[in-house]
Ligand binder design. Sequence first.
Ligand SMILES: Cc1ncc(COP(=O)(O)O)c(C=O)c1O
Length: 387
Amino acid sequence: MVSLDRAALRIESRLLHGPIASRVEGALVLPIFRSTVFESGPPESELRYARRSNLPNQLSVAAQIADLEGAEQGLVAASGMAAVSAVLLALLRSGDHLLVQEGVYGGTRLWLRERAAALGWSVDSFDGTEPDTWAAKRRPNTRVVWVESLTNPLLRVADHEAVVRFARAHGLVSVIDNTFASPINFRPLVLGYDLAVHSATKYLNGHHDVVAGAIAGGAPLLAQIRDVLSQLGGCLDPQACYLLQRGLHTLALRVERQNANALALARALEAHPQVRFVGYPGLASHPEHGRAARLFGGGGGVLVFAPAGGVDAVERLVDRVQLAAEGPSLGGVRTTLARPARTSHAGLSRAELAAAGIPPDLVRIAVGIEAAEDLIADFTRALEPDP
Ligand SMILES: Cc1ncc(COP(=O)(O)O)c(C=O)c1O
């Protein structure tokens, strides 16, 4: 039989024909290997043990994510935060300095705020859209620059090409949390980032039923991160690996639909008389629309908006909307909404929220794969003023 030339396939096909094919009894789907340990082979072969993340389901899904990101190697973790923790702990030593983009995920910010000092790390934040300000923030001990493909909740797009140039010029390890864009819309390692991190709980799995993380990058860095992840005990269970891999089969289809739905809903909201503000990288009104159009395959599945009637109008909207459950996650097949001032940014005072550009009446919508017409009708109805 002629073997499959995967390199010639597009991403949609590679998602179904993964780099590690199932060889078990001709099964098209890799079965779940529940065994936590495998019989040791010759002395030189590595011990196969679940916590070392080297069992069949772990290796297969990790290789698929590496392939998606165009990386040499991949690794899956027990959650997005397990992946974030393992990467930070593998890259930084006491005395090191880290540059973190403003507007990164609240859990990452909190982690650094509460743990960095005890580990001997210093942290500074920077505006990802203002490259001219970065040099002044760098110190001789800066080791890592950490950004996200799109910030939360305002969906700002850093000057990613400049981040890569800056990191290379100064010998920094560049890390990007690519959760919001997903590798369907953006492949940061191809652009030159060193490591991509994911909350695979979101788009990669996409069905609201798995908590997982993923990391993709070059082999030497991944070897260090794998050791730390093993020491933290942050491996992903084989059952979760199986579900994550099943979710990956439809990643391209889902993200394409979510891109289209989010754009259609953003346009409808922007045209709605009861709406004061809409933020979506696919809209011409977005400050980095041009960059997003150039770098990304789509604007993504998340948009933010603020109704004209302030927090009372948000309250009414949340009561009335039927297709969007209120919940702080994103990236699944069902539409969800969140109020950032109450969830990801709940710890900030009114003044801090204002400084971060996050109004108290901001609503974040993470669109699912429902019909765009139904989502538009639902939100339009929910925004109508009381008769
Ligand atoms: C951008 C981003 N990174 C990391 C995480 C953490 O992922 P998890 O909840 O899977 O630990 C999240 C979760 O919302 C996220 O949005």
